[in-house]
Design a protein. Structure first.
Length: 348
């Protein structure tokens, strides 16, 4: 007998008003058991509709990586091989293009530890998140490198310098996934009326909590309040690999007071690993959601995934700003949670 399946509670929030690389207004789906997340993101979405340009989103970069591990006899052998591999980039790129319709090699980085040679291949992968595409490319590239350098031995198809589903520095420095910045400029009166705070108080809290607090906690290239909440809810609603919120939630919230009390607020998410094709994306409910998000358009490869990443970053900004504003007022966060969760429970 098939087990009963209970879907994760899902609600469409918004719409969000967007400008930059994505324009217009768009509702977004959030699948979560943390029901206060819906009105919190909703408050940020409402604020975006009151601002002329809404939330401006910029897709800075996109790539997927796989790091292969080779074993040399000595560090000198590994270093020589690394130089030779870098010098033959065009041949590596041609090998990838010949094997795949969508994968394109764009960068190679090497690291040497003792006699171990780590080669990090970076590729664009169209509208796919690219995990499997990058692994298939790395297999072909490893075969080529081992043929060029019989002095090297196979170590592993993945040497953890990628780095997949782990909180590391390398992804933020060299890039993995879609790198997206979402930003908003909120006039002083809206900060007061909609967020019940001031720009100065939000800026101070962001420095003291997100920057200083995260630093003393030992955060790794990360300074935010709760990116993971919005990411998981969005990932579950759109058929993404939810484990990628590990590196996806590594991001930085930044705020400034501008003019006579206006608030500039931004969320930078350098490691958004998302796609609109691939595993899980053909499920009926996922397909319907992506269609409603405008991520099923027949356009250039990668455009749908970039749109999805931009929508996710804007959603993160809505929830992040709403939470920070609430925490500038003593007692507001807990009062809101209790009120919203009791209301939800009473409605069941």
């Amino acid at each position: 007998m098939a087990a009963d399946v209970t879907p994760v509670p899902t609600r469409w929030v918004g719409p969000l008003r967007l400008s930059g690389d994505v324009t217009g207004e768009q509702k977004v789906p959030l699948a979560t058991y943390e029901t206060p997340l819906w009105p919190s993101v909703g408050r940020g979405a409402r604020l975006s509709r009151l601002v002329d340009d809404g939330i401006r989103v910029t897709v800075v970069d996109e790539r997927m990586t796989r790091s292969s591990l080779f074993i040399a006899q000595t560090a000198a052998d590994a270093a020589a091989a690394a130089r030779a591999i870098a010098a033959r980039f065009d041949e590596l790129a041609a090998t990838v293009s010949a094997r795949s319709r969508h994968a394109r090699l764009i960068d190679v980085h090497t690291e040497i530890v003792g006699n171990l040679l780590f080669v990090r291949f970076a590729l664009t992968t169209g509208d796919a998140s690219g995990h499997n595409m990058a692994t298939l490319a790395a297999e072909a590239l490893m075969e080529l490198v081992l043929a060029w350098h019989p002095e090297l031995d196979y170590g592993s198809i993945s040497g953890n310098y990628c780095s997949d589903k782990k909180a590391t520095a390398v992804n933020g420095i060299l890039g993995r996934g879609r790198n997206v910045v979402a930003e908003i400029l909120v006039p002083e009166h809206l900060v007061h009326d909609q967020l019940r705070s001031t720009a100065a108080r939000i800026v101070d809290l962001n420095v003291r909590k997100n920057l200083v607090g995260s630093t003393i906690a030992g955060a790794l290239r990360s300074a935010n309040a709760h990116y993971a909440n919005m990411l998981l809810a969005f990932y579950l609603a759109t058929g993404q690999d939810a484990a990628n919120i590990v590196e996806g939630s590594q991001g930085i919230s930044y705020a400034e007071v501008r003019g006579d009390g206006d608030l500039y607020f931004s969320c930078t998410l350098p490691n958004l690993i998302v796609g609109t094709v691939g595993n899980g994306k053909d499920l009926p409910f996922v397909d319907a959601v992506l269609e409603q998000l405008g991520c099923r358009a027949e356009t250039e490869p990668g455009a749908n995934a970039r749109r999805l990443a931009a929508l996710i970053a804007a959603t993160v900004l809505c929830g992040e700003l709403s939470l920070l504003a609430a925490q500038t007022n003593q007692g507001e966060l807990m009062t809101s949670h209790l009120l919203l969760e009791r209301r939800t429970a009473a409605g069941r």
